[in-house]
Design a protein around this ligand. Structure first.
Ligand code: SF4
Length: 302
């Protein structure tokens, strides 16, 4: 994207926001600069769980040399079925802005096609400062914002010109379901607004001549047990907002992880029928870009 971009205004605003934190729609209003923590338990320094070239992402991100992925700790959403709880909900390694900038540069030097920020939202103030530092040292990879879609409109606006590829993972548009399993009933409205804002900002996914992502939106949705109608509603909204050329990754790998065993409705993997219904519905609306009709995980199971 041509770093260094002028991101100082974005960094300044995010530094203000964390003093009464409403980085995300939880709106905890805690002063993270004094050691207070909100729902996500993130401090003022960024916390990372792991980082490195990742080959399990969507093919336009992986290319031949991998997606330079940084897994941040302290997710702001808090799904009871989190598929990544070891990473998202535990304390990670606290890193300074300069250490984070060095990490971004190392991923670039190792040949990664992009910088893939996973669960970045609570750490955005530190990430932007690190991008400024890295940009001064030649960092210029496309930046991927890989989140749950639980964002505030102001934050998405602040990221205009910083993020190249948005990757919201849309969980559900069912308010009662979200209250029970995501611990917030504001998720559906927030995720819908995020989807629209990201699409308006960068449009559908564009790739270079090698098929590697340059900018645009990749929409993810993890198909869940007993949620076929909700999945169809999500696909409807994605089609309406982004059109038929959207890159939509329906995912079949749901497992009853973390606290899911306490909830009978989600304490199993999805069935073949639930998967087929989701895929066929997407196909019926013409949403085939990014769609994997036969996922390996389900093939192994059936
Ligand atoms: S980022 Fe964390 S502290 Fe800030 S509003 Fe969201 S959940 Fe609360």
């Amino acid at each position: 994207m041509g770093f260094p971009a002028d991101m100082s205004a974005t960094a300044d605003r995010l530094s203000e926001i964390v003093q009464s934190c409403n980085v995300c729609p939880r709106q905890c209003y805690v002063d993270r600069t004094t050691g207070e923590t909100g729902f996500c338990e993130a401090g003022i320094k960024a916390q990372i769980a792991s980082a490195g070239p990742h080959f399990g992402e969507e093919s336009p991100l992986v290319g031949t040399r991998g997606s330079g992925t940084v897994f941040f700790s302290r997710c702001n959403l808090g799904c009871v079925f989190c598929q990544n709880a070891e990473i998202s909900h535990r304390a990670g390694k606290s890193v300074s802005t300069h250490e984070l900038a060095d990490l971004f540069l190392t991923l670039q030097q190792s040949g990664c096609h992009n910088l893939n920020l996973v669960t970045p939202t609570p750490h955005l103030h530190a990430i932007i400062s690190a991008l400024i530092h890295a940009g001064k040292q030649g960092f210029d990879l496309p930046v991927v914002y890989n989140s749950s879609g639980f964002e505030s409109p102001e934050v998405i606006e602040l990221l205009n010109g910083v993020v190249d590829i948005y990757m919201p993972d849309i969980k559900s548009f069912d308010t009662k379901w979200c209250l029970k399993y995501l611990k917030t009933q504001s998720y559906p409205a927030a995720a819908l607004a995020t989807l629209k804002a990201c699409y308006d900002q960068c449009g559908n996914l564009k790739t270079d001549s090698s098929g590697n992502a340059i900018n645009g939106i990749i929409v993810r949705h993890l198909v869940m047990p007993n949620m076929t109608e909700d999945t169809k509603s999500i696909i409807d909204h994605v089609a309406e907002i982004c059109g038929q050329n959207v890159y939509l990754n329906l995912m079949d790998q749901y497992r009853p992880c973390f606290q899911a065993g306490q909830y009978p409705e989600i304490s199993r993997s999805i069935s073949s029928k639930e998967w087929t219904d989701a895929v066929e519905y997407a196909v019926s609306l013409g949403l085939t870009r990014g769609l994997k009709r036969r996922f390996k995980t389900l093939d192994k199971r059936t």
